[in-house]
Design a protein around this ligand. Structure first.
Ligand code: FRU
Length: 428
């Protein structure tokens, strides 16, 4: 067992008496999805301008801010930092934008105002990271240790994209009047793998013709117990043998750190399951507000089970604890942000950040134009695919959060990340 470290306010991560116990999952159901309807409150405005490319030579998509351990935004001498998945379109592997998922690297960007981002470069050294490429994650800065913890997905290459959860620790961060430099070697550790019982393995999915997800670790400190936790995207093993409704089996999983250095973790049961509903509950994350646990995730129009429909969107649930089987979908359907019907693929990968009594959702510019489905984009010429892909940060959206209801209030600057925002803190 770990020793209990005395600290003010938030206790250190320990296996203490107050530790969270794995509980019953909540469910995203067909009934919820049937309530999905695009309204003024949940539909993003059409993006009517050309956002600047924040990277000179890379495609940019999933993005997350550097946060402190308590979830607030990290700042260094006035600089804010974000990390993005990026791909070099000049690599032979990245012929068309859709190929970026097979050559993903994490780059960092920094800003003084949370909206004009300067490119810093790739953050995990090429010959050090685990897996063949790095998919989405989260980043936490510990000021006492002066260290960044990079949580990421160690993903293999297509077609057998096994995914494991990893952490990279180490390196240094230097700031000056003109910018930020993150350099130096890190130590990489695998911290989580699908166990085949709570979380479907690649092999189980492969045998059953089902999608495999074990990715997108998002770090947070439990607002009451102070435990170090991660939520991630997984699948529930349903034992489906023929593609049927049960093959759409997305879930949101949880892990808890069992070592102070955050290199050892244990799997806990999922907090939300969507069996028979949707196979990908991507990039899960929380906002804590007034004792409420708001759980958000993103999903695609093409990952719903047969007979169910929804847009490319951000979804959310609200409950009063981590395992709350009575957790309610926001707005009855769970839909918080949808792309508009005129531009159904204009943005994706919304990351909701607490901002006063509102939240700001940051996202990237995906495909624009007359598109029926993401699945058919590959039928177009490579030139056309490159032309319709944004590959940079989209305008962020300010969304009002009121109990179990949300409302899009206004469009913010491209790539805006609120400097004072965070994940909220249950009134702390
Ligand atoms: C969301 C996503 C993530 C994954 C990444 C891979 O856009 O599918 O779930 O980590 O993209 O590129």
């Amino acid at each position: 067992a770990l020793g209990v470290t005395a600290s003010v306010g938030i206790p250190a991560a320990t296996e203490s008496a107050v530790a969270v116990e794995g509980g019953e999952s909540a469910h995203w159901t067909e009934e919820h999805v049937e309530e999905i309807e695009l309204t003024d409150d949940n539909t993003a405005p059409v993006i009517d301008h050309e956002p600047d490319q924040i990277s000179e030579d890379r495609l940019v998509w999933d993005t997350w801010p550097l946060r402190n351990r308590d979830g607030s935004m990290a700042q260094f001498n006035g600089w804010q930092i974000i990390f993005s998945l990026t791909a070099d379109p000049n690599r032979p592997e990245v012929d068309v934008p859709g190929d970026r998922h097979d050559w993903a690297r994490i780059s960092y960007f920094y800003s003084r105002d949370g909206k004009s981002w300067q490119e810093g470069g790739v953050v995990l050294e090429e010959d050090e990271f685990l897996g063949d490429q790095t998919w989405a994650g989260s980043a936490m800065y510990d000021p006492d240790e002066e260290q960044i913890y990079h949580f990421y997905t160690a993903a293999d290459s297509f077609p057998d994209v096994r995914q494991r959860l990893a952490v990279a620790v180490g390196g240094s961060i230097e700031t000056g009047p003109h910018g930020v430099e993150i350099t130096g070697p890190q130590e990489h550790h695998i911290i989580g793998e699908a166990d085949g019982e709570m979380y479907q393995t690649f092999e189980q999915g492969d045998e059953q013709g089902m999608a495999h997800a074990f990715r997108d670790p998002w770090y947070f400190q439990h607002p009451e117990t102070g435990e170090d936790l991660l939520v991630f995207e997984g699948n529930t093993p349903t034992g489906a043998t023929v593609p049927g409704q049960d093959s759409w089996n997305g879930n949101i999983g949880v892990m808890r750190a069992t070592s102070d250095d955050l290199t050892e973790w244990e799997l806990l049961p999922p907090v939300l399951e969507a069996v028979g509903v949707n196979q990908e509950l991507e990039r899960p994350h929380y906002i804590f507000q007034n004792g409420n646990w708001y759980l958000f995730f993103i999903t695609h129009e093409h990952t719903y089970a047969p007979g169910l429909q929804g847009p490319e969107g951000l979804h959310g649930f609200v409950g009063d604890s981590m395992y709350d089987p009575d957790m309610e979908p926001l707005n009855e359907s769970s839909l918080v942000i949808a792309n508009p019907e005129e531009e159904p693929f204009q943005a994706y990968s919304w990351d909701a950040m607490q901002h006063g009594s509102n939240m700001v959702a940051q996202s990237f510019l995906n495909f624009r134009g007359d598109i029926d489905s993401l699945d058919t984009i590959g039928d177009r010429s490579p030139e056309e695919q490159r032309e319709i892909f944004g590959g940079t940060l989209a305008p962020s959206l300010k969304v009002n959060l009121d109990g179990d209801e949300t409302r899009i209030v206004t469009e913010k600057a491209d790539g805006y990340v609120p400097p004072s925002g965070g994940r909220g803190g249950n009134g702390r």
